[in-house]
Write a protein that binds this ligand. Structure first.
Ligand code: FES
Length: 66
């Protein structure tokens, strides 16, 4: 499922970025060489980061919406 329509970032891409160390929506965008455009995806990416970290057994810190 596409999470960021502007930059064509999907769920799998968000998880890959988190696995590579991205810990914020901005870091996820940067991992894929993108920047926010409309910014509507920020909350969804933040939620996905928290969920993915939780599934990996990490305690998700507050993910800044930036
Ligand atoms: S939907 Fe992600 S920047 Fe627009």
């Amino acid at each position: 499922m596409i999470i960021c329509v502007c930059n064509h970032i999907n769920c799998k891409s968000v998880r890959a970025a988190v696995d590579a160390g991205a810990d914020s929506p901005k870091a996820v965008q940067a991992h894929h060489g993108c920047k926010f455009q409309c910014g509507k995806c920020r909350p969804s990416i933040g939620e996905m980061i928290s969920d993915h970290m939780y599934q990996r057994g990490e305690s998700p810190a507050l993910v800044p919406a930036e």
